[in-house]
Design a protein around this ligand. Sequence first.
Ligand SMILES: O=P(O)(O)OC[C@H]1O[C@](O)(COP(=O)(O)O)[C@@H](O)[C@@H]1O
Ligand SMILES: [Mg+2]
Ligand SMILES: [Mg+2]
Length: 349
Amino acid sequence: MSGIKTLGQFIIEKQADFPYAKGELSRLLRDIGIASKIVNREVNKAGLVDILGDADTINIQGEGQKKLDVYANEQFISALTSGGECCIVASEEEDDFVRIESPVSKNARYIVCIDPLDGSSNIDINVTVGTIFSIYRRKSTEGPATLDDVLQKGTEQVAAGYVIYGSSTMMVYTTGKGVNGFTLDPSIGEFCLSHPNMKIPEDGVIYSINEGNYVHFPEGVKKYIKYAQVEDKATNRPYTSRYIGAMAADIHRSLIKGGIYMYPTTSASPKGKLRLLYECNPMAFIIEQAGGIASDGLNRILDIEPTELHQRVAIFVGSPKMVKKAEEFMAEFSPVEKLSEKTVEIKTA
Ligand SMILES: O=P(O)(O)OC[C@H]1O[C@](O)(COP(=O)(O)O)[C@@H](O)[C@@H]1O
Ligand SMILES: [Mg+2]
Ligand SMILES: [Mg+2]
């Protein structure tokens, strides 16, 4: 056979990295791969069938759902239900976590957190969208899995990945032993290893942020953006600005080319906009595994203790040199510091 290695073959080969594992995680990844191929099929013909546009429903986040948000959510839950390895799915599109109670999942011990369709506002205009997922092991096997099993820190992830439905369709994932990327070959209907052992460049020249929110950004972010725009040949500035509006795609670009992606707090979203469980933790795990950094501007994303299912958080993620620089600005101008300065002012007045 040719030198092609399919996702299925790769997963089986990597099973040897986990000698005590029974293949459940591999089967879970396989199920996610299958659902993503079904979603890919619909995304690719979205303009031809009645699947574009709004679903006329609102999710728990208060965001209008697209028909494809709903469709992708159903496909992933259905694949994870019939696969038998998942006991709970926590989805961005569901108000509460979904407990999987089928005869085949009786002994299932994995939790999947998922953003079934990321960047869904791109779908109507034929621009890249994605899927982001994160996998945890249940804390205990006693009784039914609970919310406590879902609310684990990002450091507890056993695997995470994303799929981007772009000019080609790719799945990128990690099980904590590096990052590998697979491109869907439509002629054989298989994800094939195309980007082995992915490493993010140490530095980059692309910054990615929704600059329309500029006036609402914290001072540290405003200062970083100005820094990015100043001419300085020694540090390759001014940087280039790029923003697709689908986190998975924007971070994928950083992973390949180097760069920083930021979604800070704003006055409209004082806790940040992106979701810790479905978006930030999985992308942070992948980027760290590729040699990058992911923080909320001051603290490592993976160390944040989740307290609620749909928790939001600020994120600065990408090439280590760029994220460290942005963190320097955040530390210098953080509200915490400002608050203490203010306290001093009040005390001395
Ligand atoms: O339009 P904004 O505010 O820049 O937000 C874009 C961000 O929101 C998201 O689209 C949220 O994803 P969903 O489509 O899953 O809700 C991110 O992927 C993206 O980076
Ligand atoms: Mg999203
Ligand atoms: Mg989504």
